[in-house]
Write a protein that binds this ligand. Structure first.
Ligand code: KG4
Ligand code: ZN
Length: 338
């Protein structure tokens, strides 16, 4: 029954949470979205500096909300990879220092393992094996979750991540950052059948297509060409129709691959994680398709879909229960396979 305090600083959210096994005792997130908004994306150096400024107060808040002092904490964890190195270093250094000073075990957690664990926070009945569809700003993966720490990536994007595609399309439509929620909102007012956009497919040497890998850079280029053509004709840009058509293409593509994976590998549950799990188009498509195949789909609440430390603490708590620890020499890495 391990109680773990975890720090998440892989990108633009400073998160600290305390989780006792799968129960969240506190989950504090200081978002930097407003700070990066004028730049149209996350500026790595700015992100690290703000994590440094925020981490102590977020930490105090997490302990205060949980009503705990250090004697109740069994371990200290931090996201160690993948992510922005400067940002990761802030969290991992804080966690290692606390572990050393408070004489607690330290655990470095893979960010994607955290996103997988987000589903356990509210679905107490969830047990491996299951399929995780992980769709965030940096990743688009289909992961066969076999056990704690045992993961097999079955599919991934070969270029842009799904969230990155939402952000880039929003930028070329001058909609602001982050693009996902804005496109989602606009799409609800548009016609998803207004424009036919290409679903990225990965060719195989035998002439077929990879059933689980995805590609979004061609789709983004198709939206760019469409916008250029419409502008040339001096037509007012039907932004809501473009947003709806783009969103439907992404939702269909992700749904098709996730269902194929689950069916082919005999997995009856698809747990969705990452910021794009908030997308209403994806939620609708996947839920409808899953019904047809008798599959269960789990979407964690929004606060656990986007980056947060509760999912990191949950993963760390499971690892600690199994006696897994990390050395204090562990560093941060921008890239690391799961
Ligand atoms: O998981 P996350 O918070 O951070 C990463 O680890 O990347 O995901 C952020 C991504 C951004 O690209 C954002 O545009 C996207 O999730 N996102 C959405 C929605 N809400 C956030 N994409 C589509 N629809 C949404 N409602
Ligand atoms: Zn993430």
């Amino acid at each position: 029954m391990a109680t773990v305090l975890a720090i998440e600083t892989s990108c633009d959210e400073t998160g600290v949470a305390i989780v006792k096994n799968r129960k969240v005792l506190s989950n504090v997130v200081a978002s930097q979205i407003a700070i990066h908004h004028p730049y149209g994306g996350v500026v790595p150096e700015v992100a690290s500096r703000h994590h440094l400024e925020m981490v102590n107060s977020v930490l105090d808040q997490a302990l205060e909300t949980a009503g705990l002092d250090w004697s109740a904490i069994d371990g200290v964890a931090a996201t160690c990879a993948p992510g922005l190195v400067g940002a990761l270093l802030t969290g991992i250094t804080a966690a290692k220092t606390l572990a050393l000073v408070q004489n607690k075990p330290f655990l470095g957690i893979h960010h994607l393992e955290g996103h997988i664990y987000a589903s356990y926070l509210t679905e107490t009945t969830l047990q491996p094996p299951f399929l995780c569809l992980l769709v965030s700003g940096g990743h688009t993966s289909l992961i066969h979750v076999k056990d704690c720490g045992v993961y097999h990536t079955l599919g991934h994007t070969v270029d842009d991540a799904a969230g990155e595609a939402f952000d880039k399309v929003a930028r070329l439509l001058n909609l602001g950052y982050p693009g996902g929620p804005i496109i989602d909102q606009l799409a609800s007012q548009g016609n998803p059948k207004a424009f036919t956009l290409p679903e990225g497919k990965i060719s195989l040497p035998n002439g077929g297509y990879h059933p689980y890998h995805s590609s979004f850079s061609g789709l983004k280029t198709a939206v760019l060409r469409l916008v250029q053509a419409l502008k040339q004709d001096n037509q007012p840009l039907p932004v809501a129709d473009i947003a709806a058509s783009f969103q439907e293409t992404v939702a269909k593509s992700l749904t098709k691959r996730a269902i194929a994976c689950a069916v082919d590998f005999g997995l009856d549950t698809i747990a969705v994680g990452g910021g794009v799990a908030a997308n209403s188009g994806l939620r609708n498509y996947l839920q409808e398709a899953a019904k047809l195949h008798n599959l269960r789909v789990l979407f964690p609440p929004l606060k656990y879909c986007t980056d947060n430390a509760a999912m990191i603490a949950c993963a760390a708590s499971d690892h600690l229960n199994q006696g897994h620890l990390s050395p204090l020499t562990l560093g941060a890495q921008s890239r690391m396979s799961l």
